[in-house]
Design a protein around this ligand. Sequence first.
Ligand code: APR
Ligand code: PHB
Length: 390
Amino acid sequence: MRTQVAIIGAGPSGLLLGQLLSQAGIANVIIERQRADYVLGRIRAGVLEQTSADLLREAGVGDRMEREGIPHAGFELLFDNARHRIDMQGLTGGKQVIVYGQTEVTRDLMEAREASGAQTLYEASEVVIANFDSAQPTVSCTSGGRRHEIHCDFIAGCDGFHGVCRASIPRNAIHEYEKVYPFGWLGLLADVPPVADELVYANTARGFALCSMRSRTRSRYYLQVAIDDRVENWSDEAFWYELRARLDPDARERLVTGPSLEKSIAPLRSYVAEPLRFGRLFLAGDAAHIVPPTGAKGLNLAATDVKYLAAALIEHYDEHSDTGIDTYSERCLRRVWKAERFSWWFTSLMHNFPDGGDFGRKLQGAELDYLVNSEAASRSLAENYVGLPL
Ligand code: APR
Ligand code: PHB
């Protein structure tokens, strides 16, 4: 089989790239290890920066997001038993974010791909990428009971943190930066109305909590838990009890509980692999970098990588210029490191660190007080939360 761009991974990065390339008339094949419904079953964050929302609209998959996504003009910080609103819109000259789950983004992209007729090989095993340091890269895999060999011009590594692409780059050609946090997030999804109209990020002596939502009738809540905690240790009742204990009196009163639809624990990690290009192989999204979920930058970073990568490939084919390809890694990394800094900072501010001590907690208290009482500090937080300009 021959194509122009072979895309490894049908998460949001791979699907969005495929859609932008198909729109531009560039042939592409997606190779995905899992089944489509498995990909859709993964629950991830759901806050879209304006740039990401614009890109989805540009890709022709913005209609349902427009109808069902919820624009948010602010969010709340909870500490010392009180909530303080950060007026994102007022502090950033009118910018907002859209709350719309990654699962829904993925579903919209899968439907668009199906309609476009572009090929996706699901349940692909033994995926091997080769010759990407030459002009004739290849991808081979087993799918539908037979071995495929795909000849292409470029390979896009959109296969997430545990994928095959980054692992196929010679070790001496890549530099990894990593920070692992000493706690995890226990998430619970339930068909209950959200406790507040906007997201609530809580710093409490019992640990961090986040009140988020998927719609006006579906909530997503998180609790900071010990790194070695297991989901089996948490009945729904235990979760709701602990969440209630981390809320302010008003929210506690308003909290509606119900049976969980999903419950899982995720570790928190900061990670960057540099550079994002090796010959004719490009890394995008979680294959290249991970942020801790505080601030929900993961999907947004993936979207900007893909925006730059699609533009670079279109420039290569339409204008016979490789400027975009040559500057892809550097362009992405400037943005990636700013989001890494913000996600690390917001995580450090909001969580209870096992080794942080009293001094650490006092410093967090002082910074939170400063944040909500200084317009300059609030504006900096708001500017990063809505997304820095491209
Ligand atoms: N071969 C083919 N596909 C693979 C392989 C492989 N060897 N390894 C992994 N994959 C697939 C996974 O099954 C998954 O569907 O690649 C896909 C990667 O998707 P994601 O992990 O969702 O990564 P990405 O598309 O970059 O999305 C980034 O996801 O984790 C969040 O915070 C992150 O929101 C951000 C988004
Ligand atoms: C979520 O809704 O899952 C979510 C929202 C905001 C975050 C992280 C996760 O910062």
